[in-house]
Ligand binder design. Structure first.
Ligand SMILES: *Cc1c(COP(=O)(O)O)cnc(C)c1O
Length: 375
């Protein structure tokens, strides 16, 4: 039977200091709960300062940010877009919103993210490709030098899906600020959350202004409602942005705790037969959003997930690649079996920043128990 409190994979964690409430209260007291307002502008400014980009647009979701990034680089009907296969569906869905055609790209074992060799192969097959979307999964950064070199050589814009990697650096540069556009998500399970929200960042300030325009129904500056372009209702509210401003203040605290959790697991579980932790390269300073490992011995990921579930502890498989999803399987795929193997062998274990050492010990005891049993 389940014993003890539920341990989550990654759940919302508001600041102990109450920063979020201060910004929300300000919005309430002035009745400026919507639309837009000071919190939205300041959240954009504070995030750009933190990650080191020139401009940002606060939007309703990370998915909306990917959608408008595709629009900003000119992806339209029939255009080919290269997209990392090993990811959450939110990376790929906006390609379909734009009536464009995804071509999925395999990962490599060194990064778990887009394989530059597969990307190179894709460019040879589809020289007219319009954009590339790379992902920094679980807060691990992709091999950006190699990927940027290829994209620059073919003069094709790179969009970084950094939804899971706020607080992750690649060679000292914040992920999401290396390609032409980057997106962040503040969904409930992410390293910081606004309950739901997203941000598009770029050094193309004029394009970011255009994104803000598209995101407010493409309403032109006229007394009457005037529209010459298709619009979207994608802007973040002033309340949501207030939560974001508060959460941004504790990002470093959250990253430190996520790293502590990852190191704890490494210390306790590395010696188990068949266990390998997600790869952290020396050029990568990750946020360790989720602690993930692969199991290639007798104990399978499902065994671990079921044993944890019995003890009221949440875990889940590594993302199922897009090219084997029923909805996306008709699209082309370039690469080998790496993303499929990571899906088959991978597991994400609890990485909730509210966990205590006692909680961490509880998780490790359940996992280690499976190895004793198999001896
Ligand atoms: C969460 C996530 C998104 C989408 O963000 P939302 O804010 O939930 O729309 C996109 N890509 C990846 C890899 C994600 O994990």
């Amino acid at each position: 039977m389940a014993s003890g409190n539920k341990i989550f994979l990654s759940s919302p964690h508001m600041s102990d200091e109450g920063y979020e409430m201060e910004y929300i209260k300000e919005a309430f007291d002035t009745n400026w709960v919507a639309p837009l307002g000071a919190n939205v502008n300041e959240f954009e400014n504070e995030l750009t300062a933190k990650v080191g980009s020139m401009a940002a647009a606060a939007l309703t979701t990370g998915t909306a940010a990917i959608h408008l990034a595709l629009k900003a680089v000119g992806v339209g009907s029939g255009d080919v877009v290269f997209c990392q296969s090993l990811t959450f569906s939110a990376t790929a869905n906006p390609i379909i919103y734009q009536n464009a055609v995804p071509v999925f790209i395999d990962s490599n074992l060194e990064t778990w993210n887009m394989d530059p060799l597969a990307l190179e192969e894709a460019f040879i097959k589809y020289p007219d490709v319009k954009a590339v979307i790379v992902v920094h999964l679980y807060g691990l950064s992709a091999d950006m030098d190699a990927i940027m070199e290829i994209c620059n050589r073919y003069n094709v814009p790179l969009i970084e899906d950094a939804a899971e990697s706020l607080g992750t650096y690649y060679k000292g540069q914040h992920t999401g600020t290396i390609g032409e556009y980057g997106i962040f998500s503040f969904n409930g399970n992410k390293i910081i959350t606004t309950s739901g929200g997203g941000m598009l960042v770029s050094n193309h300030e004029r394009q970011i202004s255009k994104v803000r325009f598209w995101a407010t129904q493409s309403r032109e500056q006229a007394r009457h409602y005037q529209h010459s372009e298709l619009g979207f209702n994608y802007r973040m509210s002033n309340i949501v942005a207030g939560i974001g401003r508060g959460q941004l203040k504790v990002l470093e605290q959250r990253v430190a705790k996520k790293k502590y959790i990852f190191n704890y697991y490494q210390k306790e579980l590395s010696h188990l037969e068949g266990v390998s932790f997600m790869p952290i390269n020396d050029w990568n300073d990750p946020n360790c959003w989720l602690s993930c490992l692969t199991l290639t011995g007798a104990v399978r990921p499902l065994d671990v997930m079921l044993a944890l579930e019995q003890e009221n502890i949440e875990s889940r498989p590594v993302w199922k690649p897009m090219h084997i999803q029923p909805f996306f399987s008709k699209y082309d795929y370039i690469g080998g079996k790496v993303s499929e193997q990571l899906f088959e062998n991978g597991i994400c274990i609890p990485s909730d920043t509210k966990m205590t050492d006692i909680d961490l010990e509880r998780v490790c005891t359940v996992i280690k128990g499976l190895w004793k049993w198999n001896d």
